[in-house]
Design a protein. Structure first.
Length: 348
């Protein structure tokens, strides 16, 4: 690796002889009394120096409060060692779990991760993408705002590898990773039908659909395939309070309701609480199935039957897809479809 310029930390470039200006690798070398290449080797952990020399250089860097300039490194290696993760909603525990898992994966790759929210707003998403691009990230993972494919393609054409979570964007330098939600939701519905439930309510989300939210395509067809099954759909905010409100709406429309499929675990937990408040036993009177498999689903009573979306598997998949794009620029990779499974507990 070539020489890496050093930028000052907080405060002035102490001891550099150029107060208030950014120091270079040569300033650090002069301070220690070694060649600039030796400092570069220590900074980049390349070897070729004694333990005593390494310690003197590290002590000087700490004393002067300097740090490696990743953008300068990127000019040499065409890699900044950073990636961006852009999600829609920072209050969604599953998205937070994805961020934590992805950060662990990228740390093993010696990469740092920027984490930002678009607030489910296309303009805000554009601002975040622009910022990440200007910081020369190696790539971006994004759970996109609805109908923002053109925006993503624009940045992929600028040379930024992009991994899209939850929807398909068919373009060069863009990879898509999705969960097999259709199979997962069909498993949930079939589980309710097999348990003898025939008046089934679906609590969907009013928020824009993405990989980590419920999408109801195909469920009505599956329900109507059962000769005596009936379904009712309401849409709410994908929260605990939203789940409670959705459950109350469904009981008003269908007092004989005996099964619930919820768009996520928070909604399912809210539905369980509301059902119990109305004097309905779960699962005896009404069975409830969630989606995501959050840890909180094991803590409620009864514990939540749910469709598992493995966030650790998702993090590994997006990291692998991003690395493929970095290694093979401008490819048009196949969509990655991750499996789902039904986890049967006490609520259904």
């Amino acid at each position: 690796m070539g020489d890496v310029e050093l930028a000052p930390g907080a405060g002035e470039a102490a001891g550099s002889g150029r107060s208030g200006k950014a120091a270079t690798l040569h300033d650090v070398a002069r301070r220690v009394g070694v060649a600039p290449r030796t400092v570069s080797r220590v900074v980049n952990d390349e070897g070729g120096y004694s333990a005593a020399t390494r310690q003197r250089i590290l002590d000087a860097i700490e004393e002067l409060r300097y740090r490696p300039n990743l953008l300068a490194r990127g000019l040499i290696t065409r890699r900044s060692g950073t990636v961006g993760l852009v999600v829609g909603n920072l209050t969604d525990p599953l998205l937070l779990a994805l961020a934590a898992s992805a950060q662990d994966v990228f740390r093993r790759q010696d990469r740092s991760m920027f984490f930002a929210s678009s607030g489910n707003d296309a303009d805000r998403q554009g601002e975040v993408l622009q910022s990440l691009w200007s910081h020369a990230v190696d790539g971006i993972i994004v759970a996109p705002v609805a109908d923002s494919a053109r925006q993503l393609v624009d940045y992929s054409r600028r040379g930024v590898p992009i991994v899209v979570v939850g929807s398909l964007v068919d373009a060069h330098n863009v990879a898509s990773v999705v969960f097999d939600l259709e199979t997962g939701f069909r498993l949930g519905v079939q589980h309710l039908l097999d348990a003898g439930r025939r008046s089934i309510g679906i609590i969907g989300s009013v928020a824009p659909s993405h990989a980590l939210c419920h999408r109801e395509e195909g469920l009505s067809e599956l329900l109507t395939s059962a000769a005596d099954a009936r379904a009712q759909l309401v849409r709410v905010q994908p929260t605990v309070d939203g789940g409670a409100a959705g459950l109350e709406q469904l009981f008003e429309m269908r007092p004989d309701l005996d099964g619930i499929l919820a768009c996520n675990d928070l909604v399912a937990i809210g539905a369980i609480g509301a059902a119990q408040a109305l004097g309905r036993r779960v699962p005896d009177d009404v069975a409830v199935v969630g989606c995501n498999d959050l840890e909180s689903g094991t803590l409620v009573t009864p514990s939540l039957t749910t469709i598992r979306l493995d966030v650790g598997l998702l993090a590994e998949a997006v990291a692998a897809a991003l690395q493929q794009l970095i290694d093979q620029p401008a490819v048009r990779p196949d969509q990655v479809v991750l499996p789902t499974e039904l986890v049967v507990r006490d609520s259904a």
